[in-house]
Design a protein around this ligand. Sequence first.
Ligand code: NAP
Length: 452
Amino acid sequence: MKAINPATDKLIKDYDEHSPVDVKNIISDVYDEYLLWKTTSFEYRSKLMHKAADVLRKNLDKYAKVITVEMGKPITESRAEVEKCIWVCDYYADNAEKFLADEIIESDAGKSFVAFEPIGAVLAVMPWNFPFWQVFRFAAPALMAGNVGLLKHASNVPGSALAIEEVFHEAGFPKNAFRTLLVSSKLVKDIIKDDRVKAVTLTGSEWAGQSVASTAGNELKKTVLELGGSDPFIVFDDADLPSCVAASAKSRMINAGQSCIAAKRFIVVESLVKQFEEQQAEIMRNMKVGDPLDENTQVGSMARMDLLEELDEQVQKSIKMGARLLCGGKKADGPGAFYLPTVLTDVKKGMPVYDEETFGPVSAIISVKDNDEAIKVANDSRFGLGGSLWSRDLKKAEAAARKVESGAVFINGMTKSDPRLPFGGIKKSGYGRELSSYGIKEFVNIKTIWIA
Ligand code: NAP
């Protein structure tokens, strides 16, 4: 399994993959560990989870570098990612017991209550775009609930996958409470079919989600799917333009645009569209693209050259269909998977940048006649992950937010994940929730106990 630095095209390391026999042995070890781990107290688990946060804190620069060299994001963003992992570890260490406390419910019983019990080994199939954060937001609640974790990470980030295992082991978790499997996606089916694996969570593309969910469905195992998105960024006629434009560029460009909740379709009322597109293009044109290890870099490389090529195809096709290019629209000269910050306007239905998810630094601006049409266009998508809505009238904005078909709407702010708030989508963006009290309850047995 090769880790290649996408900013230099150079091989970082070729890792040995686990064989099918290794995988069976690891599942067996993890299963045995579960029988012990599930009996441990919240106090004990919490102590270890805080220690995991400490290990991350102590090695923040080291882990940030692992992320940056494997997938190309600027080092400043990698540090922020590790900091967020620290937050989620501390958050579940502090709150898991409260979230999973017995819930007394009045019924015809002398006493009836709900208990939340662990279910066993949970397989996490994870993507490369936030190689630490995606895993920690699964692992912290799963381990705190008394489950054990198996990680199948994206094939281009094996170093991150092993580093995360190292964090838990250094923190003092039993070795088999969390294991990384270095395997290709071909082995995922067999792992799901193993009786000792009880559930699967996948963050990734629609296609991977379909494949994993159908295998898990056949096995009658629970899944949580966090899939793609084409989040609308809705600009009403009374929006505060300067803050809105600044947030629009930031939201589109974090992680070189490779974020599921990045704003992707900018839906702007026609009275503001000219100013919006000029100002956004101005910011994008001036962003510093370059060496991800340079502290001043704002936009790093994309994670793989094939992803850049796919993105460029979407851009060129949209231009052929009538989209107007304001900046970018091509790979940067020289080595590495650098794509120039790109703004397309006059975007219409039928163009790839309107209909499909664009996973890279490409903004698609769609002009609409009024606020009502903006909501209609926002909902004209097979995806429903996040969304952002801009208006000075908060009452109107709140009412409009309820009409947006998505798992979240942020008013006058960019969409972001936060351990305290549930995260997930509807439509083709998947189902189930991560983070908050909702996330930790996805992989527990919600058990009713009724006493006469
Ligand atoms: P991807 O190709 O679907 O890969 C994600 C993970 O799934 C990887 O570990 C991959 O392994 C595995 N995988 C791929 N095909 C599979 C299959 N048929 N069966 C089992 N596992 C399979 O996605 P990506 O390109 O890495 O990530 C980008 C996508 O993830 C975007 O659509 C993005 O929106 C989505 N995403 C969603 C969220 C969210 O929270 N909703 C967050 C981040 C990203 P290999 O690497 O070995 O192929």
